[in-house]
Write a protein that binds this ligand. Sequence first.
Ligand SMILES: [Zn+2]
Length: 127
Amino acid sequence: MKQTVIVFIILLSMFTFAVTISGCKKKDPEQQTNEFRATKEPAQSVLGKAYQKAQGVECQSNLSQLRQLMQIKVDETRDESGEAPTFTSLSEIGAPSSVTKCPISKKPYTLNEGNRVTCTFEGHENF
Ligand SMILES: [Zn+2]
C-alpha cells in the first residue's frame, strides 16, 4: 500500500514537471515573435542578431538581383552613341516589388547616381 502511494507521488511530480516544461515552451515563441517584430532597429539579443543576419543575406540577395537586372536594362537601352541611360526608379527597370525594399527596415532601396542600387539600413550600406 505504501508503495502505491509513493508511485502515485512520483507520477504526480512527473506530470507537474511536464506541465511546467510545456508552459515554458509556450512562452518562448511569443518572446521570439516580439523580438522579430521589432526588427526595424538593430537587434540586441543573440537570437535577434542571428535573425537579422539571416535577413541581411536576403537583403544582399535582393540587391544583387536588382543590380543584375539593372545591368541588363542598361545594356538594352543604351543608345547608339553608347551612352548609358539613367533610371530614376526601380519600377522603371521592371523590378518585382518583392525585391525593391530591405527585408529588415522595409524601406525601399535607393537608386543612386550611375544606376547604383543601395540599402540605407545601418550595416547594409556596403552590401
Ligand atoms: Zn537592407
